[in-house]
Design a protein around this ligand. Sequence first.
Ligand SMILES: NC(=O)c1ccc[n+]([C@@H]2O[C@H](COP(=O)([O-])OP(=O)(O)OC[C@H]3O[C@@H](n4cnc5c(N)ncnc54)[C@H](OP(=O)(O)O)[C@@H]3O)[C@@H](O)[C@H]2O)c1
Length: 243
Amino acid sequence: MNSGNNNTALVVGAGGGIGRAVAERLLHGGWQVLGVSRQPQSINHPQLSWYNGASDETEIEQLVAQLEDFRGRIQRVVVCSGVLHSDAQALAPEKRLEELTAHGLMSTMAVNTLLPGLWLARLLPLLKDSPHCVYATLSARVGSIGDNRLGGWYSYRASKAALNMLLQTAAVEYSRRARRVKLLAFHPGTTDTQLSRPFQGNVPHGKLFTPEFVATQMDRIMSGLQADGELSYLDWQGKAIPW
Ligand SMILES: NC(=O)c1ccc[n+]([C@@H]2O[C@H](COP(=O)([O-])OP(=O)(O)OC[C@H]3O[C@@H](n4cnc5c(N)ncnc54)[C@H](OP(=O)(O)O)[C@@H]3O)[C@@H](O)[C@H]2O)c1
């Protein structure tokens, strides 16, 4: 493995729809990519290293230990972890308050809030000496409290709102302890992946994006960000979303 290249990106959830497109986009742009996924390696590229795991705290700690060689060298992080529905876990977004269950809320928070929070916490020592790093976590516009006029999707909304608060709180601490790292909460827009597939019926024409388009937008937006001690909450156009 070549750990001498400074142009290194970490993509967590590189087996998902958006994660895979982000990894491919970065590889195409000449980055060395460290891909983390629960899935077997699905992209073959000489600049890609694949790490399996990332489903719980122990696995994240083991993975971060394996990334020690990259301390101070990771310039980009994209954490894609997220769930909206799952047959295997009997998860579906709630249409009515009566559908809210402990299982639904806790399982959704575990993936959408806790895992990205653990990555923020465990990666801090590896990133704190990076000369420049932009660190994006996939959030969602439905995590905006100010923007919530439609209601529904209690667990998903709450998990992303809580994620945003974790990110904002971490931004305060990163600004002191890892001040050259810029944090970003990113809304990709409705993107054609298995996560959105059951809910694409009402998406206006031209507003269902390919993962490749989203990866290109993210790359462009992340390239333009500088560490300023703040968390940005941006959509696929680079426009700020109200909290
Ligand atoms: N698609 C959209 O319209 C849309 C809109 C707004 C926000 N988002 C957000 O974008 C992110 C990526 O979603 P996607 O559209 O690419 O969906 P996807 O294809 O279903 O990918 C799901 C992602 O979450 C990870 N993941 C799922 N369950 C996990 C678990 N139990 N433990 C660890 N990792 C888990 C997967 O990682 P593996 O590589 O390990 O499979 C993968 O990166 C999510 O945070 C989602 O909330 C998506």
